[in-house]
Design a protein around this ligand. Sequence first.
Ligand code: DGL
Length: 262
Amino acid sequence: MSKQAIGVFDSGVGGVSIWKEITALLPFEDTVYLADSKNAPYGQKSKEKILEYCIKNTELLIEKGCKIVVVACNTATTNAIAFLRENYNIPFIGIEPAIKPAALQTRTNAIGILATRGTLSSELFHTTSQKFTAGIEVIEQIGEGIVPLIEAGQIDSPEMIALLKQYLNPMLDANIDHLVLGCSHYPFLIPTIKKIIGDTITIIDSGEAVAKQTDAILKERNLLNNSTSISHHKLYSNSQIETLSLMLQEWNHQYTIKKLNF
Ligand code: DGL
């Protein structure tokens, strides 16, 4: 079982930001990545629909022999991970907006969070937010329109810059000193975001924490691959594969990208 791959899925190419952290921390693990780009964005969909997609993705990863599933999508995690953990006999790692470190570190007592509607309206997000942000001003912003642009490969197009300015300027006015990226697509925007907010605001995403948690759970369950041979990575998209390839530029490991109907 320990030689089996780590399965990762997202509503599209966003989870690649998490997947890169996992492959960096665990270089001898094989992986299978599913980009459900056909159904992106999840963020605007109902909880029932999100659950349906998560079940479909999970069952495909299990069918492909994965030993663990990383839900590399905040929207999917906040809406479906409890169900997945209850119904499948395999460990799941989720991703949630890193609101706790931002709340603990803020000095201006104002933090911003950019995430999807599905994440910001979820019960799990509300519970976490309430727990850590008493007395702190939290500027929540739905990043409507961002994910489709990223899925189309637009990271710093004029349209993206205009959208980001619209979402981030009110946070600058509120004097935030931490910006939480609550969607796995958004780390690809960090250089563009920095052009708008500058270098003094700390940008926090959850990629590294998810990789560490994956490592910890694999160790705890005795599932870590102890081989030191070259790992293999299989990535599948159910839409066009160009954007997925774009996200992997400069990533020099062995991998294959294929289109697959799922
Ligand atoms: N990448 C996803 C997330 O982390 C979902 C974005 C979407 O499909 O709306 O929330």
